[in-house]
Each structure stands twice: as C-alpha cells, then as structure tokens.
Ligand binder design. Structure first.
Ligand code: HEM
Length: 470
C-alpha cells in the first residue's frame, strides 16, 4: 500500500503560535483542493486530522460517499445528542473498522461489543471501575506517580526525555496494578505494554472490506507479528487469571472483583475468555488515553507560563510542601481546568464512528442501514460557533461554567460514555500535580510536534522535553 502514499497529496501543514499571555497550540491547516476518494482514504490513513475542510469546522451535518458507502458527519450538539443518547439503540454499534481492528486483541470486550453482550457487561465493568472505588485505586496512583518522580530525580539536569513514553510507562503501571493487582512483576507489565504498543503499530484502522460491500468489514490478517503481539498480552493475563483462581491474586485487583462477581452470579457467564477480554479492554481503554492526555498537557503547560504559574499557585495553597493526594483533587480546580482544556484541544479518542442498525434520518440526511454516522470531537471542540477562540489554550474557560450540553465530548456521551471517566480525570490531575510540583518541564526548542490520530490522538514523533528540579 505504501507506494500509493504519493497519491495522498502534499503533507499537511501545521501551525503553532505563542506570544505574550497567549498560546495557539499546534493544529493542521484545513484541507484544500479536490478531495478524491483515493486522496481521502490515503490522507485519512496517514493523518486523520488533516482531511477536514474549513467548512467542516462549522456547526452542521455533512454527507460523504466512498464508493457505495454513506458516511454522515454530525457536528452539531443536538445531532450528537440524538445519535449518542436519544437514538443510542440505533447507533450503539461501533464501526466495522474499529471492531475488526480490535477483535483479535479484546474479543467481545466492552469497548467493541454491542447488543446483549454490551448490555450485560456494561453495569459490571462500570461498577468495578466506579468512582466509589477511587480511594483504593487512588493509593495506587499516588504510589506509582511518586515512585516515578523519585526516579526522575536521578536524571541529569537538562537531560532530554520523551514525555510520551514516560507518561505511557506511568499510566500503564497504574492501570496494570489496578487491573491485575499490585504484585504484577515489572517484566509482566512490560510484556503487556509492549504487546499493546506493537499491536497498535501493526493494525490498520481502515477496513477496505467495508468499503467494498461487506457490512461487517473483513477480518484483519493475523500475521506472525500480530499473533506475537497478542500472545504477549494474553500470556500475562492468562497467568494472572490462574493466580487468582488459585487464590494467589490481589483482592483489590479489578480482575479479582470480576471473578468474584462471576462466582456469586454464575448467570453472568463470564468464562475465561470473557474475563481476559474485559481485563484487556480496561487496560487498553485506560492507559493510552490518559498517557496521551498527560503528554499534551505537558506540551501546553510548557508553552504557557501563565497557566503553569496559576497551577503552581493553587498547588502551593492546597498542598503546601507535601505531595498532592487523591483527597486534594476536589480542591485543585485550576489543575482540573488544565486537564479539561487539554481534552478539548486534543481529545484522545478523536472520532466516534457508529454503524446504523436501521434506516433513520439524521439532520437533513436519510441514513441507510449499515451506514456510518460520525461525531468527531476534534472538529466539535474547535467549532467557532460553539467555542470562543477555539484554537487558543485557555484553561480559564472551564472555570467560568460548563460547556453547552453535547458540545464537549472527550469521554463520549449517552449510555456508552467512558466507564472510567472519574478514574481517568483523577489520575490525570493527580499525576500532573505531582510532577509539576517538583519539576520544570520544557519542550525541546525546535522539536517537531505534530498531532496524529490513529486509535488515539498523540504526538507523531513523541514529545521531547527537558526536566529540571524546582
Ligand atoms: C483521560 C482519560 C480517558 C479518556 C479521554 C477516555 C475516553 C473514552 C471514550 C471517548 C470512550 C468511548 C469511545 C467510543 O464510544 O467510541 C471510552 C470508553 C471506555 N473507557 Fe475511557 N477514557 C479515559 C480513561 C479511561 C480509564 C482510566 C478507564 C478504565 C479504568 C476507561 C475505561 C473505558 C471503558 C471500559 C470504555 C468502554 C465503555 C463502553 O463501551 O460502554 N477509560 N473512553
């Protein structure tokens, strides 16, 4: 396929601007010129953010046709409410692209299941990652963040590190300990994280089979490399399941909770593969999203000294010299606003593509069964009719009040809203506060930072930064 890339057109241009008291972080120029099907597909494969025309950043609905397929783009809060909440029954199904891309790794795990399976499992998974359990997981977050901050203190002053991989290590360690238990060895944690990373790099998010007429797309080819990546992840999970079955597991682990629920209610039907799929799902859904959020937050704060100072001032008032704890989170309003603004500008899940079950009307369009209906937080969050100065980094906007309903959807909306919303928000605020209190973090001058959306939205070449003790 790579030889075709030359037909994708010129590479996208990116813009970024900083000045006295303002920062317009990096974003692509809108798409210009003819958008042929080939160009659209190739461009989307290379860079999903660069395919949008200026008019698509306005409130409204659009229809795209790719071969025989209909895609309806909904960039209107009322439309988002209609698709994701009111008619959830018709649009709960993920796109064939997403289902096919992930099925080898997470089977019928919550993230891509629908119908009866989703209905049965959703309350179960929501319950074990619920905010009521945050006091337990909060301790894990505090410990892992403090340990990493300690490790950084041994780094040389001014040393360059890649923040994306640091934040991925951090959040992977938090979620592996939360899901599998605190006794998971470093080596096992590494196997899981590397397995996932390798899987993501090997998988293509476009499914040509769907475009060619197969409503459910075509299965992804299970190459040797892909099988190896999956084997690393499943191997560890299977061993942890055995440990738990033999009574050696950590009772606070999410996996243990799932197994105990199954023991009490056999009608749940959580067999070994279901347990493995849900554990893999929670790990996948929980680690990359938060890692991407934190990475973008460092990029933004490093370029906006006024925001960094406001956050430091608040931290000093709330925590003094001691390290922040989960109990402080409700008082860290500015830090939370930084995280919320980061999620507006760089929503880790940048596209929600759903497949219509039955014929329907969305905005001005007649939607056919099996068509794709899309909400794109990347566009919605940067729509001038909904946001003042949409491309500016302005955490203060989240202190003034809540955004209009269904105009801000980094965690999705309706019944399929992120099950780990409170977990993710708490973790992001706590980790940001822990590191900011101790270190001054600056993006390396001249580093090329470009957002790229694949399964998650992250900086294509990572985020090289220097760290210095305060
Ligand atoms: C800042 C961090 C996070 C963000 C931005 C985020 C965002 C999202 C979004 C947008 C979805 C829906 C995707 C779609 O409909 O296509 C989702 C689903 C989900 N998330 Fe999160 N997430 C985050 C952290 C977490 C964490 C920490 C966990 C677990 C501890 C988690 C567990 C889940 C699960 C299980 C689902 C599937 C829900 C369902 O389909 O019913 N997420 N997340």
């Amino acid at each position: 396929m790579y030889f075709l890339d030359r037909f994708a057109g010129p590479p996208t241009k990116f813009h970024e601007k900083a000045g006295e008291g303002f920062f317009i972080p990096v974003h692509p120029e809108p798409f210009r010129g003819p958008r042929t099907i080939l160009r659209l597909l190739l461009q989307a494969r290379r860079d999903f953010l660069g395919i949008w025309r200026k008019t698509e950043y306005e409130v409204g609905y659009r229809e795209l046709k790719i071969l025989g397929r209909q895609i309806v783009l909904v960039n209107d809060p009322d439309g988002v409410k209609y698709v994701m909440a009111t008619r959830h029954d018709n649009y709960e199904r993920k796109s064939p692209q997403m289902r096919r891309a992930l099925e080898f790794l997470i089977g019928d795990g919550l993230f891509i299941s629908d119908g009866e399976t989703w209905k049965r499992r959703r309350p179960l998974v929501s319950d074990i990652v619920h905010k009521n359990r945050l006091p337990v997981y909060g301790k894990v977050m505090e410990k892992v963040a403090t340990e990493m901050a300690e490790r950084w203190s041994r780094a040389q002053a001014g040393q360059t590190i890649d923040m994306l991989s640091e934040m991925a290590t951090l959040t992977a360690e938090i979620i592996t300990r939360a899901v599998f238990g605190k006794d998971l060895s470093r080596e096992d944690a590494r196997q899981v994280t590397e397995g996932f990373t390798s899987y993501q790099s090997l998988i293509d998010t476009l499914n040509i089979g769907y475009t060619l007429g197969f409503d459910d797309g075509l299965p992804v080819k299970r190459t040797k490399m892909l099988r190896k990546a999956v084997g690393r992840v499943h191997g560890v999970i299977d061993r942890v399941i055995d440990d738990h079955l033999e009574g050696r597991g950590d009772h606070d682990a999410m996996l243990d909770l799932l197994m105990r629920r199954q023991e009490k209610n056999p009608e749940l039907g959580l067999d070994r593969s279901a347990l493995r799929n849900e554990a893999a799902t929670i790990f996948m859904a929980g680690y990359e999203t938060t890692a991407a959020t934190l990475t973008w937050a460092w990029y933004l704060l490093g370029n906006a000294p006024w925001a960094e100072n406001a956050m430091l001032k608040e931290l000093a008032e709330v925590c003094g010299d001691r390290a922040p704890t989960v109990g402080d989170i409700p008082k860290l309003d500015y830090a939370r606003a930084v995280v919320e603004e980061t999620l507006r500008l760089y929503p880790p899940v940048a596209i929600f593509a759903r497949q219509a079950r039955e014929a329907d009307t969305v905005g001005p369009y007649k939607v056919k069964p099996a068509s794709i209906v899309m909400a794109v937080p990347w566009l919605l969050h940067r729509t001038p009719g909904l946001w003042e100065k949409p491309n500016h980094f302005m955490p203060e906007r989240f202190l003034k009040g809540r955004p209009a309903p269904y105009s801000y959807i980094p965690f999705a909306a309706g019944p399929r809203i992120c099950a780990g919303l409170q977990f993710g928000l708490t973790e992001a605020v706590l980790c940001l506060a822990t590191f900011l209190q101790r270190y001054r973090i600056r993006v390396v001058q001249g580093a090329k930072i470009e957002p790229m959306a694949r399964l998650s939205l992250r900086p294509r070449h990572g985020l090289p930064v220097t760290i210095e003790r305060r």
